[in-house]
Ligand binder design. Structure first.
Ligand SMILES: CC(C)(COP(=O)(O)OP(=O)(O)OC[C@H]1O[C@@H](n2cnc3c(N)ncnc32)[C@H](O)[C@@H]1OP(=O)(O)O)[C@@H](O)C(=O)NCCC(=O)NCCS
Length: 436
């Protein structure tokens, strides 16, 4: 009869070992019993970039990368994007179930009433240089919230944790909007509690002298859908940063700032900004074949293509393509869409991309929509950070209540020198390192 075990024979000692398989995984610590002598440390697993290591057990987000499936708490992303608001999905991610009407009402009220920033935070943001990158302003300001809410350090009290979660979800759009207006030299717009989460964000971004901001409903819904699509994506780089920093029991503002910092890189949330730069560089549809040829020959990457997990069309990219059509009916067509579609057509027909299973990811079309809505490319990653905050916080909560979790602390395989003789200054040889 089949057993859920794995038998390993150590060819150094000829000893067999039997390791349990649970949920398709063996525990890396079980390898430590495999030794050549009692003082041997035992076998480790080596997995830079976590290519095949599960760092947790989670019930929040499911991805089947081969089939292009994404589900939040078991619900397909396509269904949630069609039927829910972003705050409804936020509730689902955090609490595990879709809210009943009264629960949603209370939840929306709680988030809406945490959208204001303390005046000190506003002053803090006024100190940034006028040309500071909005993502750097967002990361620093989220970290600075830890100074405004020192009680957040009590992460073991569930009701205190919930308060900080509501504050973070409520204040993220306010910080994002303020960083945007700061870069334009415009005054800060206070939140309007009558508006939905995304309409209020648009109000804080774009209100000028009108007494009340009226968000275009098609654009507000498109933004809400984009927020739903970006809300969580299981153990990606920034979520791993959130869990790793949170595992030291740092407060949620500092852990969220660390996660946002991880998101800012061009290989992660910064990719949509890079896609627009790439489309600008390509310039027109006629130049697409030569650009793809250049990439195939090893000069650069197609930004917005490829994914560590998806080896099929990213399901979020499909919904974004559909949303783009709705947005363009209001804003007019962004001419970059034609270049992007040509790029997709040619790449998906090219052996290099087909063999490596490189498909458009979520970032490929999102930047084109954001630009049509009037956002500058520097804001794109900020627009990603707002909804992803929900995922980070859901994962942080799950991590804190998981008895298997401890402070994250990987092992290393040391390859440097050992026990060297100290060399006095006057006897040290010159070597090639230069300093600036
Ligand atoms: C997302 C990404 C970082 C995943 O990287 P990864 O899982 O480490 O995959 P690898 O870098 O090992 O890629 C596997 C192969 O595909 C190639 N490849 C991956 N993404 C590519 C891209 N966008 N354009 C061209 N080639 C690409 C790699 O060069 C590698 O080729 P090789 O086997 O000949 O060496 C990577 O696909 C990428 O940099 N994409 C562009 C940035 C982007 O859109 N990021 C947003 C992610 S949501």
């Amino acid at each position: 009869m089949a057993q859920d075990t794995l038998t390993i024979v150590d060819n150094r000692t000829n000893r067999p070992y039997s390791l349990s398989i649970e949920g398709g995984a063996v525990r890396a610590t079980d390898f430590r019993q495999i030794k050549t002598s009692p003082d041997d440390f035992g076998v480790m697993t080596y997995d830079p970039a976590f290519m095949n290591t599960a760092s947790c057990r989670s019930s929040i987000t499911f991805i089947d990368g081969e089939r292009g499936i994404l589900e939040y708490r078991g619900y397909p992303i396509e269904v949630l994007a069609e039927h829910c608001t972003f705050l409804e999905v936020a509730y689902l991610l955090l609490f595990g179930e879709l809210p009943k009407e009264a629960e949603l009402k209370n939840w929306v009220h709680a988030i809406t009433h945490h959208t204001m920033l303390h005046e000190n935070t506003k002053k803090f943001m006024e100190g940034f240089r006028h040309d500071a990158h909005p993502m750097a302003m967002l990361v620093s300001t989220v970290a600075a919230l830890a100074t405004v809410y020192p009680e957040a350090r009590d992460i073991h009290d569930p009701s205190n944790r919930l308060l900080q979660i509501e504050r973070l979800i409520g204040k993220m759009p306010s910080i994002a909007a303020m960083s945007y207006r700061h870069s334009l030299g415009f005054p800060y717009v206070y939140p309007d509690n009558d508006l939905s989460y995304s309409a209020n964000f648009m109000n804080m971004l774009w209100k000028m002298v009108e007494p009340k901001y009226a968000a275009n409903p098609v654009l507000a819904r498109a933004l809400d859908i984009l927020f739903i699509l970006h809300a969580d994506h299981e153990q990606n780089c920034s979520t791993n940063a959130m869990r790793s920093v949170g595992s030291s029991h740092a407060d949620p503002y500092l852990a969220t700032a660390a996660a946002a910092a991880a998101l800012s890189g061009p290989l992660h949330g910064g990719a949509n900004e890079e896609v627009l730069k790439m489309l600008d560089e390509i310039g027109s549809r006629e130049n697409v074949p030569s650009y793809v040829k250049k990439v195939r020959e090893g000069h650069g990457k197609l930004m917005g293509f490829g994914h560590r997990v998806y080896k099929n069309y990213d399901p979020r990219a499909k919904i974004i393509k559909w949303t783009a059509e709705q947005v363009f009916e209001v804003t007019g067509r962004n001419p970059k869409l034609d270049i992007a579609m040509e790029l997709e057509r040619i790449a998906l027909d090219d052996d290099y991309f087909v063999q490596r299973k490189l498909y458009p990811n979520v970032d490929f079309y999102s930047g084109i929509i954001y630009q049509a809505m009037g956002f500058k490319p520097e804001m794109f990653t900020v627009l990603f950070a707002i909804p992803r905050t929900v995922g980070w916080l859901a994962q942080w909560q799950e991590m804190l209540s998981d008895v298997d979790q401890k402070i994250a602390r990987p092992r290393q395989i040391y390859i440097g020198q050992r026990a060297r003789q100290f060399v006095p200054m006057e006897k040290r040889a010159l070597h090639a390192v230069t300093s600036h």
